[in-house]
Design a protein around this ligand. Sequence first.
Ligand SMILES: [Zn+2]
Ligand SMILES: [Zn+2]
Length: 371
Amino acid sequence: MAPVRLDLTARLCAALGLFGAPGVHVVSARPADDDLLRTVHEPEYVAAVQAASADPRTAQAVFGLGTEDDPAFPGMHEAAARIVGGSVDAARAVLAGRAQHGVNFCGGMHHAKPGCASGFCVYNDAAAAIRAVLDEGARRVVYVDLDCHHGDGTEAVFWDDPRVLTISVHESGTTLFPGTGFPDELGGPGALGSAVNLALPAGTRDAGWLRAVHSVVPQLVEAFEADLLVTQHGCDTHALDPLGHLVLSVDAQRVAAASMHALAHSAVGGRWLALGGGGYEVVDVVPRTWAHLVAEAAHRPLDPLTPLPAPWREHVAQVVGRDAPATMTDGADGAFTGWSSGYDPDDPVDRAVLATRRAAFPLHGLDPDFD
Ligand SMILES: [Zn+2]
Ligand SMILES: [Zn+2]
């Protein structure tokens, strides 16, 4: 989670002219106050983060703090609370119509739970943003999590809330942290079907992943009739990522971002908040993936062959001591076949998709076998 990944992303967006594009407003974020954090986190946990932030030696493992994944550091409370502030402000702006779309690529901290830090995440900005718009009159919100890891924290916050549909598409918990997110995890007794999980096999690759996303997400989002679409674009799904094993390209992630954008317009009145998430290859993957995301939300999608600006590449060489990629593409075509063309019960990706459709689709009045 080295901050350089966000810095390089912001610099790339600026170098590509996205931050200065017509209709794009870059705004600063204030740290969320305690009341806002407590809408999704337990007061004892918020207090523990504040204490660990002031004096890292006080970090308590019972709250997930001071652990290998969530080490305590000075200022951690303010840094994590500022991410929440940004996502909440963006969600409110979108709900109120002050902005059509919002992007916070610093956000997407989907493992943070009500009572503990987890998986590099301290405060769950996605959950706080969803809670904020519900508190301001949104009737239903749909959350789509495309990170390589199961979006367990966000799911947990709304586990028994029928107003929030969380859909997580991820590498199976049999091979990846946090070990959860299987198709039979469907939400609490008051909200059965409001959690949907698609657990994909390691080695799924572009065409399988895009087919899987498009065989589950649009159908459910269209059926749910939400007032806001929140998407999490963790790019640890990429082949170069040191943690995940889904073996995707930047091109697959770009196609998925475009699909989420189109879905926001077709099914959610255009109200779309896009967040970042995981992603640990900080030069070749994170900046390009999220620059594509910003470009998509700005209605200025980038030609994949767009060369990366020379000043940005020189900065990368200076700061990281590595050659940066030359263009916005990995050379993949982003092609896939949809579910309506039929499925192969012997294919591991199709089996995973079918398991999720059979578990969740009937709860939304959808046909599990055929579109
Ligand atoms: Zn992740
Ligand atoms: Zn749009």
